[in-house]
Design a protein around this ligand. Structure first.
Ligand code: HXC
Length: 269
């Protein structure tokens, strides 16, 4: 399969400066690497400095560009504000915020503690608002601002064992639409990406491990396969590019058709 990032010209994102929360691992590390590969200056943010250092080193080897890593918990507004300040000090501005930090685990609602529910809401939903709020002035100042919120498709249906993450991601999509309406006048677009099942991510290792569960999950996807991190990164590059200059308030589902596939009712193709 060709690498989807190969369609973008070299330096397509030169001159942009991005913070990517959750950029130490998984999908958001892939977005950070794609942005760096295409010439953007990037700061990755997550809780653990050692994870950030390893990711920054790997991205530097891959792309030849230095990536800043700032440890901050998105649940702490002051910490994420410090990451914004560090990014602006280092790169001179901030015009792009990718909100990808997320927590998740499988738990039946009847066994989930209120603190477990609150913890995921706090990371995914409150963290998205905290980071957007902290970045607002810098994004407005830079001009051509973009906030890109990474959600999911869990909340498009009732998803078992995922009440906390589904509620959080539904809220994230609402934040995308509301901020698009409020902040358009400040030159800030606000978009979302809702990834479906993506291979080589912590989420899929937990939700669809290899074997029977993973095989069943794959069979439910019209595309017949899990997506790749680079396919999500390509969507993130498109939304950052001038090709998407008139796109705001939209959540782009990238899921191989998974969410529009009706429950099979026993019929098979
Ligand atoms: C039930 C659990 C639990 C589990 C934690 N809790 N893990 N409950 N089952 N497996 C409960 C705890 O008991 C506690 O409640 C509360 O949650 C807080 O847990 P802590 O460990 O104290 O919190 P913290 O250290 O802040 O860690 C939060 C975390 C984190 C969410 C559990 O470890 C984490 O984020 N792990 C996974 C990261 C991850 O997979 N990211 C990718 C997400 S993928 P009590 O009541 O006991 O105090 C994604 C996409 C979804 O989001 C879509 C996929 C298709």
């Amino acid at each position: 399969m060709p690498n989807p990032l190969d369609v973008f010209r070299d330096n397509a994102l030169a001159g942009h400066v991005a913070i990517v929360t959750g950029g130490g691992t998984g999908i958001c590390r892939g977005i950070a690497a794609a942005y760096a590969r295409l010439g953007a200056d990037v700061c990755i943010v997550s809780r653990k400095q050692d994870v950030l250092d390893a990711a920054a080193a790997a991205i530097a080897t891959q792309t030849g560009r230095t990536v800043l890593g700032v440890a901050a918990d998105v649940r702490q507004p002051d910490a994420i504000a410090r990451a914004v300040t560090a990014t602006v000090e280092r790169f001179g501005k901030l015009d792009t915020l990718v909100n990808g930090a997320a927590g998740n685990f499988l738990a039946p609602a009847a066994a989930l503690s209120p603190n477990g529910f609150r913890t995921v809401i706090d990371i995914d939903l409150n963290g998205t608002f905290n980071a957007a709020r902290a970045a607002f002035e810098a994004l407005q100042r830079a001009g051509d601002g973009l906030i890109l919120n990474i959600s999911a498709t869990l909340h498009h249906h009732g998803t078992p064992l995922q009440i906390h993450a589904s509620a959080a991601k539904a809220g994230v999509d609402a934040v995308t639409r509301n901020l698009a309406v409020e902040w358009g006048r400040f030159g800030i677009r606000v978009c979302g990406i809702a990834p479906g099942p993506i291979a080589d991510t912590e989420g899929m290792r937990r939700l669809a491990p290899p074997g029977e569960v993973g095989d069943k999950a794959r069979a439910a996807i019209p595309a017949g396969r899990f997506g790749t991190i680079d396919e999500i990164a390509a969507a993130a590059v498109f939304l950052r590019s001038p090709a998407a200059a008139y796109v705001t308030g939209h959540v782009l589902v990238v899921d191989g058709g998974h969410v529009v596939a009706a429950p099979p009712l026993g019929m098979t193709l």
